[in-house]
Design a protein around this ligand. Sequence first.
Ligand SMILES: Cc1cc2nc3c(=O)[nH]c(=O)nc-3n(C[C@H](O)[C@H](O)[C@H](O)COP(=O)(O)OP(=O)(O)OC[C@H]3O[C@@H](n4cnc5c(N)ncnc54)[C@H](O)[C@@H]3O)c2cc1C
Length: 222
Amino acid sequence: MKAKLIEIVDENPTVKTLIFEIDQEISYGPGQFIMFVFPQGEKTIRRAYSISSWKKQPTNQVSITLNHVPDGEFSTILFNSKINEEFEINGPHGKFKLNNSDKPAIFIAAGTGITPLMSMIESLEHKEREMTLIYSVKTENDIIFKEKINRLSKNRLRFIPTLTQENIEGWKNGRIDQELISESISHPVEVYICGMPEFVKSVKEHLISFKMDEKDIHTEQW
Ligand SMILES: Cc1cc2nc3c(=O)[nH]c(=O)nc-3n(C[C@H](O)[C@H](O)[C@H](O)COP(=O)(O)OP(=O)(O)OC[C@H]3O[C@@H](n4cnc5c(N)ncnc54)[C@H](O)[C@@H]3O)c2cc1C
């Protein structure tokens, strides 16, 4: 499929949301990703990006939200791409998808790990299901989707940010640990975690010590 870049949103100095129009309609599950296939000389670069918003399905639009990795081969190309540029993509792919359940949904992310979770959160915006977002970032300025989160948290989203490198009165500080988990959630819940492998591993271990059933813990990492 061909995807044409139609809008760029600067989320913060190193993170952008890119919105693409696709040359056909697709249906995706909240949490899934698309694959970019980019020929470069003799080789082909393939990179996965989670779909970072929810649209009525089927749709011919997808957004991704990417972090510019210093020296990163493809994130640099995407980060510097211009309106109307076209890319080859395929998908949607991935088993990390929001389940249909009545259990409250707990979303736990660090940094850009929020991308597939935002698609899940937006898909629940007009549903009855309770939802909480626990979001770990270095400083307040690193929060991605600040406006969306503000809007959603005025309505039904319980938002618990935790800052690892800044102190703000009334906000939580430090990494997501056993204490933060036990004061923020109670059983039964379903948990979706996304972030770097060490983050996902550590949060999952805290949840298991908190006597959560592994079948209710869903993870994505990169
Ligand atoms: C399912 C899935 C979903 C994803 N969703 C997102 C998303 O929503 N947003 C997002 O930002 N990312 C996402 N990613 C990550 C994304 O696919 C890319 O891996 C990321 O953008 C980096 O790609 P890159 O080509 O820029 O970096 P690469 O060039 O692959 O480099 C990655 C790292 O390796 C280092 N490196 C590269 N070459 C060398 C070398 N020769 N020697 C030593 N070190 C080297 C780079 O400095 C960098 O730190 C996702 C990944 C997966 C698997």
